[in-house]
Design a protein around this ligand. Structure first.
Ligand code: WTA
Length: 648
């Protein structure tokens, strides 16, 4: 936090939306965007109320916003149901027979579910949940592959007011234990396994390993995805199919209070313990609906594909909820982008004639590395709009995406947001906003971001500072589950009454925001947030490790790579085998996504006189091999020499 943030980007290219796109777009010009934005800022309550009116409410709200910083309530006393708005609302129209989900498995299996079919399955599974004793407010943990049943599980929870907490399938059983116990989940929904890059991920086995340490879980429901032998524990484990046979498909949606919790999603923070981000119903529903409509410019006939896994917030808001609220057709793909070949995504785009495509910069950088010949084999001529999310996109990758995938005719929406914000916050509006490679451009309606100095002053044009959001917004997190104190400290203590994002940014002369990455101890690895403290606590849990410090270093492909400095307990000697053992240990503790790219076994870590590890110096060593910055607070200078000597 104490460093000055300097930006190096000097990007000058500007791309204007093409006239044929703008003509058909929901928002057709900058003038229209500006007018709507100004109105939304002048009177946010009127703006959001108008958006909310496009959805179905069992009872209208009394007050749009009650704001007692840092706690917001939206659409106070209103009653609605997310699942009703995603499904039932469309059943009275021709959309009943429209494809809600088009699914492709990694092994080539496919399925298409209409709104009607999805509705029946969701009602049935909601009845299953009730049969297993799940009541309004109970937590249900979902640990599943990208199959339509994950959407069924989410929507069924939402239907009866149970709170889902999805844990990404790449997490290990110990990560499951922490999250299930924090949420005190009563039920786990999983599958016998998943396909990933041609191999099998044993989800059920991971659940089994976790269960001994999860006393709150009463039942486990298992979807059969593979023909895989799994152990079923009598009385606890149930096959999804068998349960679904025993219930009917009538289940009225609960009339839930606007502030009723919808889900908890764990994300990494600056301490070892993941934070349970809590989202509630009304505001989140309205804002995911509206952002999907305007940012992806969703049209009735569009086929829309967001490649995120439902285990991340992007999957929640823009694979499942946002598209279904809009009555859109959402594509789900189970597997890896390079299986069996590096053109799987492009094959899928041509096969389903996808119009809107939303993916991550890390994927784009991988495609660039695999070579242009792969996308060149495919037509990709149905695409009309491209999007990115998750990390800053470098201008070269942006240009490649624009030319090779979009053929120079598709606008790119580079969308900035977070698990905490629930929905897209800063983004181009595709028919209106001129884009420049590498910037997330301008705020969405009703959003007031700012770049501030440490002292809380507005930064000057192009001066780097901290990105903050100065006004509440409907999809904002309401708290950290069971830790409101941490919520206040983490997001609202830097600048009272103002939301602190943890990102560095600058604003250019046109008011465009350029995101410069995290300013806290969070590393963005391939678009996934990893808390350095989480990896450190995994490492020190190993018997041979005395101390560790984890830093990120720039990586062409992943954005950031994980570099761990480790000191060993006295009696152990450094070795290559031990490094490999420690990497695998972290995978076991957290999951493959947190595997350190590099482990440096060292005799000591650089510390300040007060005993704080100087991560900044380690970052410099990991990145440049030398320390150039200020070392006046360093306690023992000889440590730097040894760290350099131990370089790989
Ligand atoms: C980063 C993902 C630059 C940022 C939706 C943020 C981005 C963190 C962008 C949130 C973008 C997300 N440009 N950086 N378009 N989008 N980020 O919670 O550092 O997984 O704070 O949410 O990703 O990651 P999260």
């Amino acid at each position: 936090m104490e460093q000055k943030i300097t930006s190096l980007s000097k990007e000058k290219r500007v791309f204007h939306p093409k006239e044929p796109f703008s003509r058909r777009a929901h928002i057709k010009s900058m003038a229209q965007y500006k007018k709507m934005y100004n109105e939304s800022i002048k009177n946010p309550e009127k703006f959001w109320a108008k958006a909310a009116e496009e959805l179905y409410w069992f009872r209208r709200w009394k007050e749009v916003l009650k704001w007692k910083p840092p706690h917001a309530q939206w659409f106070v006393k209103g009653k609605l149901n997310m699942s009703y708005n995603c499904l039932d609302r469309h059943l009275g129209s021709w959309r009943r027979n429209k494809a809600a989900i088009i699914w492709e498995g990694e092994n080539g299996d496919t399925a298409t579910w209409t709104y009607q079919q999805l509705h029946s399955q969701v009602c049935k599974f909601a009845n299953v949940l009730k049969m297993l004793g799940i009541q309004k407010g109970d937590r249900v943990c979902i640990y599943m592959p990208m199959i339509p049943e994950i959407a069924v599980a989410m929507l069924a929870c939402a239907r009866i007011g149970a709170v889902h907490s999805i844990i990404f399938g790449g997490f290990s059983s110990s990560a499951l234990v922490d999250r299930i116990n924090d949420a005190q989940a009563k039920l786990v929904v999983t599958a016998d396994g998943a396909y990933r890059r041609g191999t099998i991920v044993k989800l059920k086995e991971n659940v089994d390993n976790a269960m001994a340490d999860c006393p709150t879980v009463e039942n486990v429901v298992v979807v059969k995805r593979l023909e895989q032998e799994v152990i079923m524990h009598y009385g606890r484990d149930h096959w999804y199919d068998e349960l679904m046979h025993s219930v009917d498909d009538v289940c009225p949606a609960e009339q839930l209070d606007s502030e009723h919790p919808l889900y908890i999603l764990y994300t990494s923070g600056t301490t070892g313990k993941p934070k349970g981000i809590l989202h509630t119903t009304g505001g989140y529903t309205v804002m995911t609906y509206l952002t999907t409509k305007y940012v992806f410019d969703i049209k009735e006939e569009d086929i829309y594909w967001c490649t995120a896994d439902a285990g991340w917030v992007t999957g929640h808001s823009y694979v499942v909820y946002g598209p279904l609220l809009n009555g859109a057709t959402t594509v789900m793909y189970e597997g890896a982008p390079n299986y069996p070949d590096p053109d799987r995504f492009w094959k899928i785009i041509d096969k389903y004639k996808i119009n809107v495509f939303y993916t991550a910069p890390t994927a784009i950088r991988a495609f660039i590395k695999w070579g242009e010949e792969w996308p060149r084999k495919h037509k990709l001529d149905t695409l009309r709009l491209l999007g990115t999310v998750g990390e800053p996109i470098n201008p070269e990758a942006w240009m490649w995406y624009y030319k090779v995938i979009g053929k120079g005719k598709c606008p790119i929406v580079d969308t900035w947001w977070q698990t905490e914000t629930g929905a897209i916050m800063i983004t181009p509006i595709p028919g209106a906003t001129p884009t420049k490679p590498g910037t997330v451009t301008l705020p969405f309606f009703g959003i007031v971001p700012e770049v501030m100095t440490k002292e809380g002053k507005k930064c000057k044009v192009n001066e780097g500072g901290y990105l903050v959001i100065t006004k509440p917004w409907p999809a904002m997190l309401r708290t950290i589950y069971k830790d409101d104190h941490r919520y206040q400290r983490q997001y609202w203590s830097e600048y009272p009454g103002i939301y602190f994002t943890g990102d560095g940014a600058r604003k250019d002369k046109d008011g465009y925001f350029w995101i410069m990455g995290r300013v806290d101890d969070v590393i963005n690895v391939s678009g996934h947030r990893i808390g350095t403290a989480e990896v450190e606590s995994a490492l020190v849990a190993h018997a041979k490790v005395a101390e560790s410090a984890v830093v990120g270093r720039p990586d062409d492909l992943k954005g950031s790579a994980i570099c761990a400095f480790v000191t060993l307990e006295g009696k152990y000697a450094p070795s290559e085998e031990l490094k490999a053992e420690l990497k695998e240990w972290v995978v076991k503790q957290i999951g493959a996504l947190a595997r350190p790219d590099e482990i440096r076994l060292t005799e000591a870590l650089p510390k300040t006189r007060s005993g704080k590890i100087m991560r900044r110096l380690l970052r410099e060593i990991a990145t440049q091999g030398i320390v150039t910055g200020d070392t006046t607070t360093l306690e023992d200078f000889s440590v730097l020499e040894t760290l350099r000597d131990e370089e790989e």
